[in-house]
Design a protein around this ligand. Structure first.
Ligand code: ADP
Ligand code: MG
Length: 322
């Protein structure tokens, strides 16, 4: 949208990026408004990068609230930084809009600025084009050299942990379009988990020297833990009776399948030496976040799930785009 692209950027994105802390300002030598953003890394750190694209009607519902969209989009992308143990730094936004809707842009950009402040991120650049509603956010973070968490480090004998509760966001898909006034309190709780995921940034950073491998659960535990197992060349065993299910999900007939295969929770799944279990328990207390041990890493390949009677359970698959 050549005529007003400059105005849009100036009004809705450049001004919102002004709310940055002194420490952040030190890292951004040049932000929005030049050909490139110029950032400096803390001495001895490596840069961690990730990009995610959200397409209307695929990754979020049509006519989704711009406030919720902005926060959710940034949270989902920042979750990848959390899973890698990164300290958050900055992001760019490629925004494709069907038309210039000033109300939509005002709501979107102010929510984006709030979310950026919440997660310790700064918008430092982007691109604005016309087309079907679509967002790509590229996030940048940093971690001391060699300390980023990878999927490939799980070792035989490690314990497998997950943060928070599993399956909530997936269960909320059933009533995404129901009027809030018609929902039970527990349904509203599940819905909040879909709309406003919390990237586990503090947890990821604390896991740098504790976890052997980590991933964020975007496509479901089975699929995402599967990525750790494959990248690490190991097998996993999990006990279904140990999966952390929220009271709200239990009230809704909380199915094991939601917890195993439902996406969109953005909790972390990680492995750590079984001998360091007490440190994980202490970390859960420090951060006031549930960290539940759900199984172990073994030699071999693939994931096996056992129910309370010790029978093998075959989960339905996680979400796959193709
Ligand atoms: P160029 O033609 O050099 O790629 P643009 O005209 O696309 O530059 O953008 C001008 C400036 O505005 C650049 O600094 C770019 O990073 C920034 N920008 C463009 N769109 C956005 C956006 N949606 N959010 C944040 N910054 C943006
Ligand atoms: Mg451009």
């Amino acid at each position: 949208m050549p005529a007003s692209e400059f105005d849009i950027i100036q009004r809705y994105f450049r001004e919102g990026a002004g709310r940055i802390s002194a420490a952040q300002a030190e890292r951004v030598r040049c932000g929005i408004g030049d050909d490139c953003a110029v950032l400096s890394l803390p001495a001895g750190d490596e840069m961690l990068l990730s990009v995610d694209t959200l397409v209307e009607s695929v990754h979020f519902p049509a006519n989704y609230s711009p406030q919720l969209l902005a926060r959710r989009a940034l949270a989902v992308c920042v979750s990848d930084l959390a899973a890698s143990g990164a300290s958050p730094m900055a992001f760019t936004l490629a925004l494709t809009l069907p038309a210039v809707d000033e109300d939509w842009l005002a709501a979107f950009s102010s929510s984006l600025a709030d979310a950026a402040a919440e997660f310790g991120m700064i918008l430092v650049g982007g691109d604005t084009t016309r087309g079907p509603l679509c967002l790509s956010l590229q996030v940048m973070g940093s971690a001391p050299a060699g300390q980023a968490l990878l999927r490939s480090g799980a070792q035989v004998g490690d314990a497998i942990f997950v943060s928070g509760h599993l399956g909530d966001a997936n269960a909320a898909l059933a009533f995404l379009n129901t009027e809030s006034s018609e929902l039970l309190p527990s349904q509203r709780e599940l819905l909040a988990r879909y709309h406003a995921p919390v990237p586990r940034l503090a947890l990821g950073q604390k896991l740098r020297n504790l976890a052997t491998a980590a991933i964020d659960i975007s496509d479901g535990l089975v699929a995402d833990l599967g990525h750790i197992l494959k990248a690490s060349g190991v097998a996993g065993v999990i006990r279904l009776s140990d999966l952390p299910i929220s009271a709200a999900l239990a009230e809704h007939g909380g199915s094991i399948d939601s917890a195993l295969s439902g996406g969109d929770d953005y909790e972390l799944c990680f492995t750590a030496p079984a001998s360091r279990r007490a440190e994980v328990v202490a970390l859960a207390q420090t951060l006031n976040v549930a960290l539940t041990e759900i199984g172990s890493i073994q030699a071999g390949s693939g994931l096996r799930c056992f129910d309370a009677q010790n029978n093998v359970y075959t989960p339905v698959g996680g979400y796959q785009h193709f």
